[in-house]
Ligand binder design. Structure first.
Ligand SMILES: [Zn+2]
Length: 287
């Protein structure tokens, strides 16, 4: 950068704000992922150390930083705090910034800031935050909670109706995506069940895919499902090689084909990839 060009402070402030915003969401999502499957309230009581049950002081509850300062241990009883907590917080912070980045120039271009790009930005972030919670809960419990997955198709449609032009996903694309993602796959699931007598795709995955179609549009669905399936298979293969069959033996399984993997995390991964990369991917795919 040449010295004559003054560094604009606004984009840097906005980027820092997006990171902090995302890390706070990550901290909240850690609570949701832990408490929702257990049927506990996500707001009360305040977070406690699972070992000694000491309530965590707010200055010990700063995303990522507290974990680093406390060297990954509870301040009261020194029990180790899982690295997953700061990992989720920093991942969600990075995703918050990544989703915001294409919108920031639009948001900062006008004075005062127009509501449409801000709504598009916050709407996409909300989807990604809920998706992260769904992916983690599905990975932990093999369940996609309805309370997280069912509002998303409606939210996606509302977002398309309000800022569809700006996002390039019309309400028709959104509605068709929700219908095909939800309804179409219900048909595939039923056929697969009839033909093989097994459940291939969980009903939770189908509800999740309805929301993915509503946000990203019908055009995204084939690529998202394919990318999810390919990455899921690669993960399963890598898992089998790294474990050298131990995980299979432990579970009494004969081959990788019988290894049950939740599909939700891979659908979320592929949906986030599409959301972040579709501006570059769509021309290549003829979309
Ligand atoms: Zn403790």
């Amino acid at each position: 950068m040449s010295p004559e060009v003054p560094l604009q402070p606004e984009p840097i402030i906005a980027a820092v704000f997006a990171l902090v915003w995302g890390s706070l969401w990550g901290s909240f999502l850690n609570v949701v992922v832990y408490r929702l499957p257990a049927g506990l309230s996500v707001v009360r009581p305040r977070s406690r150390c699972p070992q000694c049950l000491t309530p965590i002081a707010s200055w010990h509850n700063i995303p990522v930083l507290s974990w680093l300062l406390l060297r990954g241990r509870c301040a009261a009883c020194q029990a180790p705090i899982a690295v997953r907590y700061p990992a989720v917080e920093s991942t969600v912070a990075a995703l918050s910034l990544a989703v915001a980045t294409p919108w920031l120039p639009l948001c900062l271009a006008s004075e005062p800031v127009g509501w449409q790009p801000v709504l598009a930005l916050l709407g996409e972030q909300l989807f990604v935050f809920v998706w992260v919670a769904i992916a983690l809960i599905d990975a932990d419990t093999f369940v996609v909670p309805d309370v997280l997955s069912l509002p998303l198709p409606l939210l996606g449609l509302a977002l398309a109706a309000l800022v569809g032009d700006l996002r390039g996903v019309t309400w028709q694309q959104s509605g068709a995506g929700a219908l095909v993602g939800g309804g179409g796959l219900l048909l595939v699931q039923w056929l697969y069940g009839r033909l093989t007598g097994r459940e291939g795709l969980g009903t939770g995955d189908i509800k999740l895919l309805g929301g993915i179609g509503a946000l990203l549009g019908l055009v995204a669905l084939p690529a998202v499902v394919l990318a999810a399936a390919v990455q899921g298979l690669l993960f399963a293969a890598a898992f089998a090689v790294l474990q050298r069959g131990k995980a299979l033996q432990d579970r009494g399984l004969q081959s990788i084909r019988h290894l049950a993997l939740p599909f939700g995390p891979f659908l979320v991964l592929a949906a986030v990839q599409w959301l972040l990369l579709h501006r570059w991917l769509a021309p290549l795919l003829g979309g």
